[in-house]
Design a protein around this ligand. Structure first.
Ligand code: NAD
Length: 352
C-alpha cells in the first residue's frame, strides 16, 4: 500500500507516520510545506526507513501536488495538512482559507485525476480520507448531547469555518465525481510533539518554569481529549475499513474543563519536578480575557466508529496526560529549540 499523506511533519500526521512505519507494511510519501508548525524532527525516528519519503510541497501548489501524485502513484490519500491554531485564525484568517480550503480543493482534484486512471481492484481500494475537527459543529451547552455524524455544522471561528468548507468539498467530490472520500471529525488531541502554543504543552512548559499560567475566561470551557496515538490508530482503521461516503466522529470520551486540565498538569509536575518555592503550581493560574467566539463545550459520541470499525480509545486521560508531561520533561531539547528559534511568539492561547 502506497499512501500519500499530507501534513506529516505536524503533530497528528507525524504520529500516523511513526505508527505506519513501525507497525505496518505501508510505504508513505509525506507532503508537507514545513510551516512554523511542521518539524522534520517529529518523524526523525523513521526518516531513514526505505518505506518513508518526504517532499516539501505546498498543497495549494497544484503543479507540485500533481507531480507528486504522478511520480508516487498512491493507492490512497490521508489528508491532514492544515493551518490548525484557532488563535492564529483570528489574527490572520487568509492563510486558513488558502491552506484549508484551496489546499483541500487542490488535493481533491489531484486525487480525482489519479482515481480516474485506476481500474479494477486498485480503483475499488482507492480512498481519500479527509481529517477534520469537531469544531465544525460549533459549541455545546452543558446538557446538550455530544456531537455525532448527524450533528448540523455550525462553525464559529475562521479555523472551524475553513475546516467545515473543506469537509463539504470532500463530500461533494464523493457525491459528484465518485471519489471514495471519507471524512473524520476528531476532538482535541494531546500527546508528544504537540506544538508548544497549544494548551497542554504550553501549560506544562510554563508550569515547569514557575511562570503564570494563562487561562481564558473562567477556565470552564470543556474539551473532549484524545491521546494522539489513539487518533493515529483510528485514522488507519478508517483508511483500511471505513465506508466511502461515510463520516466518523472520533473522541476519547474524556470531557474536562480547561481548569481541570491545567490543575492536573500542575499536580503531576509538583510530584515529578518538586514543589516550587512559592508552593503548588495551581497557584500560578491567571485568568485572561476570553477570546472572541470561544466555543464553550465540545464532546464527541464515537459510537459509530466503535460499533462499525471496532475502534476504541486505549488510553485514559489520566494516564495519557502523565505520559505526555513525562515526554515534555524528557524532551526539553525539542521544545526549547522551538521556543528559541522559529517560534513567532504570537498570543499564547489556551485550548482550541
Ligand atoms: P499541526 O498544525 O501540528 O500540523 C499541520 C502540518 O501541516 C504541519 O506539518 C504544516 O507544516 C503542514 N502544512 C500547513 N500548511 C501546509 C500547506 N499549505 N501545504 C503543506 N503542508 C502544510 O496540525 P495537527 O494538530 O497535526 O492537525 C492535523 C489535522 O488534524 C488538521 O487538519 C487539523 O484540522 C486536524 N485536527 C486536529 C486536532 C488537534 O487537536 N490537533 C483535532 C481534530 C482535528
Amino acid at each position: 500500500m502506497r499512501l500519500l499523506l499530507t501534513g506529516g511533519c505536524g503533530f497528528i500526521g507525524s504520529a500516523v507516520i511513526r505508527r505506519l512505519i513501525t507497525k505496518t507494511e505501508y510505504s508513505v510519501l509525506n507532503l508537507d510545506k514545513l510551516t512554523y508548525a511542521g518539524d522534520p524532527r517529529t518523524v526523525a525516528s523513521v526518516a531513514d526507513d526505505p518505506r518513508y519519503t518526504f517532499a516539501q510541497v505546498d498543497i495549494t501548489d497544484a503543479a507540485a501536488v500533481g507531480n507528486a501524485f504522478a511520480e508516487y502513484e498512491p493507492d490512497a490519500v490521508l489528508h491532514l495538512a492544515a493551518e490548525s491554531h484557532v488563535d492564529r485564525s483570528i489574527d490572520g484568517p487568509a492563510e486558513f482559507i488558502n491552506t484549508n480550503v484551496v489546499g483541500t480543493f487542490t488535493m481533491l482534484e489531484a486525487a480525482r485525476a489519479r482515481f480516474e486512471t485506476l481500474t479494477g481492484p486498485a480503483k475499488d481500494a482507492f480512498r481519500f480520507v479527509h481529517v477534520s475537527t469537531d469544531e465544525v459543529f460549533g459549541s455545546l451547552a452543558l446538557d446538550d448531547p455530544a456531537f455525532n455524524e448527524t450533528t448540523p455544522y455550525s462553525p464559529r471561528s475562521p479555523y472551524s469555518a475553513s475546516k467545515a468548507a473543506s469537509d463539504h468539498l470532500a463530500r461533494a467530490w464523493g457525491d459528484t465525481y465518485g471519489l471514495p472520500t471519507i471524512v473524520t471529525n476528531c476532538s482535541n488531541n494531546y500527546g508528544p510533539f504537540h506544538f508548544p502554543e497549544k494548551l497542554i504543552p504550553l501549560v506544562t512548559i510554563k508550569a515547569l518554569a514557575g511562570e503564570p499560567l494563562p487561562v481564558y475566561g473562567k477556565g470552564d470551557n470543556i474539551r473532549d481529549w484524545l491521546f494522539v496515538d489513539d487518533h493515529a490508530r483510528a485514522l488507519i482503521t478508517v483508511l483500511e475499513s471505513g465506508t466511502p461516503g461515510d463520516t466518523y466522529t472520533i473522541g476519547g470520551r474524556s470531557e474536562r474543563t480547561n481548569l481541570d486540565v491545567v490543575n492536573a498538569i500542575c499536580d503531576i509536575l509538583d510530584v515529578r519536578a518538586g514543589l516550587l518555592p512559592s508552593g503548588p503550581r495551581r497557584n500560578l493560574v491567571t485568568y485572561v480575557t476570553d477570546r472572541p467566539g470561544h466555543d464553550h463545550r465540545y464532546a464527541i459520541d464515537a459510537s459509530h466508529i466503535e460499533a462499525e470499525l471496532g475502534w476504541t480509545p486505549s488510553v485514559t486521560f489520566e494516564s495519557g496526560l502523565a505520559t505526555t508531561v513525562e515526554w515534555y520533561l524528557a524532551h526539553r531539547d525539542w521544545w526549547q529549540a522551538i521556543l528559541d528559534g522559529n517560534y513567532q511568539g504570537q498570543r499564547l492561547g489556551t485550548a482550541s
